[in-house]
Every structure is written in C-alpha cells, then in structure tokens.
Design a binder for this molecule. Structure first.
Ligand SMILES: N[C@@H](CCC(=O)N[C@@H](CS)C(=O)NCC(=O)O)C(=O)O
Length: 189
C-alpha cells in the first residue's frame, strides 16, 4: 500500500481483483470503512486521493468525488461510509455471529444502522439486485421501536422513484386530506 495521495493527471492503478477502497489518510469516514475491512480480515487495496486536486477518474466511481468509495467489482462502486459498511457487513457477515448487529440485545448500533438496511431491502425493486439482502436475518424488525416506524420496501421504492424523477412525493403517506367514506350513523330517535 502506498501512502501517496493520487492527484489530477495521475492514472488509475490497475484493478487487482480485490476489493478496492478509495480513501484519504486523514479522513474519519474512510477510516470507518478501513476498520470494517480490517475487522473482517478482507483482502483489499487502499488508494489514497488528494481531495484538493482530485484525479478525474474518481468521479466515475462517485459523482460527488468524495471518499470513501468502495469498488466492489471492477468498475462498480458504492460510496458513503455507512452504505459501504452495511454492504460489507451484509456481504461478509461471518464475524458478526449475533442476533442483533452488536450483540444479543437491540442497541444503539441497530438503531443507527437499521435505517440503511431498511432501504437496502428496496433496492432490488429499483433494479439493484447486487444489493439484495435477506430480511429474515434481521431480528431488529421485531423490536417495537423499529417496527412502529419501519416502511415497506415498496414504499421506499416508490418514494425513491419519485425523487429520481425530480418530484419527491414527501406526502405520499399523508392521509389527513382523505375524505371519510363511512356513512354517518343514524341518530337514535
Ligand atoms: N457522508 C460521507 C462523508 C464523506 C466525506 O465528507 N469525506 C470527505 C473527506 S473526510 C471528502 O471526501 N471531502 C471532499 C469532498 O467532499 O469533495 C461518508 O460518510 O462517507
């Protein structure tokens, strides 16, 4: 691993077949994903990016140009540390081994990570089958705090579609304007 940060004009190192994380040595978000890769003992390449003179090719992996970015197959990448870590934990769950994400009781980690997993469940409906996850593995869905606010994959997918079309349907679940269709009860004589 080179500690050198690649900059504008530098070429993309050849893909070795391993997972590849684009990072910056002093970035705490990138460190989150490095820690998960290390904890899971995964083989990976680390490529550092000069964030003030970004190499052109970083935008083909992440249009925002921010790090971390995980290239999980040649030319296919995801970005944002939480998304990367959820993906890694889902794809390589071996070192987890507990009912909840960090033990046998639901806790802060479940409440912090679950919202992303909930949205991962909708990805196959949006054509992203690479990220399909198995809902039955997540006990957290039975926890009342989660169950009471959780939305169905179909709902997340409809909202995402509306957002992608540029017209996010924030009120799609609002029923306050729905006219009640029950007949008024007859008054007792
Ligand atoms: N929400 C993102 C934040 C990533 C982030 O802000 N990374 C910084 C470096 S620490 C970055 O890439 N900044 C340069 C830029 O956004 O163009 C994550 O969790 O991955």
């Amino acid at each position: 691993m080179s500690e050198k940060h690649l900059k504008t004009g530098d070429s993309l190192p050849p893909y070795s077949g391993k997972l590849r994380l684009f990072a910056m040595r002093f970035c705490p978000y990138a460190e989150r994903s490095v820690l998960v890769l290390n904890a899971k003992k995964l083989a990976y390449d680390l490529v550092f990016i000069d964030l003030d003179n970004k190499p052109e090719w970083i935008f083909s992996f992440n249009p925002k140009g921010s790090v971390p970015v995980l290239e999980y197959e040649e030319g296919k990448a995801i970005f944002d540390s939480t998304i990367i870590n959820v993906y890694l934990d889902e794809k390589y769950p071996e070192s987890r081994g507990t009912t909840y994400l960090a033990g046998d009781q639901p806790g802060l980690i479940d409440y912090t990570i679950w919202p992303f997993l909930e949205r991962f469940l909708a990805l196959p409906l949006l054509g992203k089958t690479d990220f399909a996850i198995d809902q039955s593995k997540y006990e957290v869905l039975t926890v009342p705090a989660v169950k009471s606010y959780c939305l169905a994959p179909e709902t997340h997918s409809k909202f995402t579609e509306s957002r992608v079309k540029g017209n996010p349907d924030y009120n799609m679940l609002d029923t306050s304007d729905v006219v009640c269709c029950m007949r008024p009860r007859k008054k007792k004589e």
